[in-house]
Write a protein that binds this ligand. Structure first.
Ligand code: PMT
Length: 399
């Protein structure tokens, strides 16, 4: 998978820099060509001699070679690489990357990079949790950079917490998975629904649900990351999209979501319906605020359209349709019923009985049932990884 891939390993001034030597070794063993770019403080933690011996290339750390004035072109490095991996990335380097402070070769290389960029942070737990680090990482993600979350454990400070750079073998797994999935969906158009719907009662109030949109947005990023053109029909959520291949269409109500979905689905190769669509809406909208009285208030609710069932009805043989089932009991039975009734190719089951699964969490625990009778259980994972598992199943239909 990594044979012939050109990888820049960026090393910064962290005690975890010693792990970068092993990372370079693993990448080279897998056939990659590795060029190390190191910050001045990085050199205090690991010697360039070790790294150049491993990579069989001079380690680049300065804009010029002092004795002969040879310029190390960050622009050429940006064009040369298939991938840049900054491991370990300190809070300082992350801050400079987020703000374009180009005072060393690693940052200028980062700013010139044409290839995908991965960042494996390493720092003390309080530094990692600090709002400025969080904001910088969020900003870098919004530029399309991929963060390899640090793990929890004993840190160099002897404190326990989140901040340990991910282990080199896991980082290599991430890189391999990235190259494996890159361009898998390059010819495909995928429609995704995400978030809740709001059903208006009066100018002040609505009927809604707790969906944050995180699961659906993660699916959109995953499909776009594999080269698909994504149409993301999003209910009212606070999230931002990152990938340029995602076209976002904002809606409020189930009716609006239905209209947009019906408009786009005929042009799509697949639909993944992750939105938590309100099943009912108020029969009447009050143009004025409903006044409080001492009497109980009866609101007449009528069914919303079932978007998934409608798409199942009009789906062509060359299209794949996937839905979700959010359950609180009889998970399998209910999900199978929805799979069949809505004529889905597969359904992703998540249950509110599983801690860390469902609404608003950053994690989810799913089971995927296919119309062919396959049934796969996945452990609790971050929603971005859950999305990759779901898109792997989708891709399996086209292999
Ligand atoms: O957004 P998050 O906070 O990250 O939470 C993610 C999630 C819990 C919302 C997501 O993982 C999820 O389960 N989404 C589906 C929620 C839901 O409405 O499930 P359901 O079992 O009620 O619906 C079954 C399927 O029919 C779903 O694909 C749904 O999009 C679709 N549906 C439902 C009702 C309706 N009127 N139209 C529909 O298309």
């Amino acid at each position: 998978m990594l044979k012939g891939k050109k990888i820049i390993v960026g090393i910064t001034g962290s005690i975890a820099a010693y792990k970068a030597a092993y990372l370079c070794r693993l990448l080279i063993k897998k056939g990659a060509e590795v060029q190390v770019v190191i910050t001045p403080t990085g050199k205090e933690f690991i010697t360039p001699v070790t790294l150049s011996a491993l990579t069989q290339k001079p380690v680049l750390g300065e804009f010029f070679t002092a004795n002969d004035g040879i310029w190390h072109s960050h622009v050429d490095l940006g064009l040369w690489a298939d991938l840049m991996m900054i491991a370990p990335a300190t809070a300082s380097t992350i801050g400079k990357m987020a703000n374009g402070i180009a005072d060393n070769l690693l940052i200028t290389t980062y700013l010139s990079m044409k290839a995908p960029i991965f960042i494996a942070p390493a720092m003390d737990l309080d530094m990692y949790a600090h709002p400025s680090t969080r904001a910088n990482l969020e900003k870098l993600e919004s530029y399309g950079n991929r963060i390899i979350e640090p793990t929890e454990g004993m840190l160099a400070s002897r404190l326990e917490g989140k901040g340990r750079m991910e282990e080199p073998d896991k980082i290599v797994e991430c890189i391999e998975a990235f190259f494996k999935r890159q361009n898998q969906l390059s010819q495909k158009k995928v429609l995704i629904t995400a978030g809740p719907t709001y059903e208006k009662l009066d100018p002040i109030r609505y009927i809604g649900n707790y969906s944050s949109g995180k699961m659906g947005f993660a699916l959109a990023e995953s499909c776009a990351g594999r080269g698909a053109e994504v149409f993301l029909i999003a209910g009212p959520v606070q999230l931002k999209i990152h990938h340029p291949n995602i076209r976002r269409i904002d809606v409020n109500s189930a009716d609006e979501m239905m209209d947009e979905t019906l408009r786009i689905f005929p042009h799509a190769d697949a639909g993944i319906l992750c939105a938590a669509v309100a099943d009912y809406k108020p029969a009447n909208y009050s143009a004025e605020k409903l006044k409080r009285t001492d009497e109980s208030l009866k609101i007449n609710l009528i069914p919303n359209p079932d978007i998934a069932a409608k798409l199942g009805e009009i789906k062509r043989a060359d299209q794949i349709l996937a839905g979700f089932a959010l359950e609180t009991e009889n998970e399998m039975q209910n999900a199978l019923g929805k799979l069949q009734k809505k004529r889905l190719d597969f359904i992703v089951v998540n249950s509110l009985r599983d801690p860390g699964a469902g609404f608003q969490t950053d994690t989810n625990k799913i089971r995927i049932l296919t119309a062919k009778g396959e049934n796969t259980d996945f452990p609790l994972k971050p929603k971005c990884e859950v999305a990759e598992d779901i898109v792997d199943v989708l891709y399996g239909f086209w292999k």
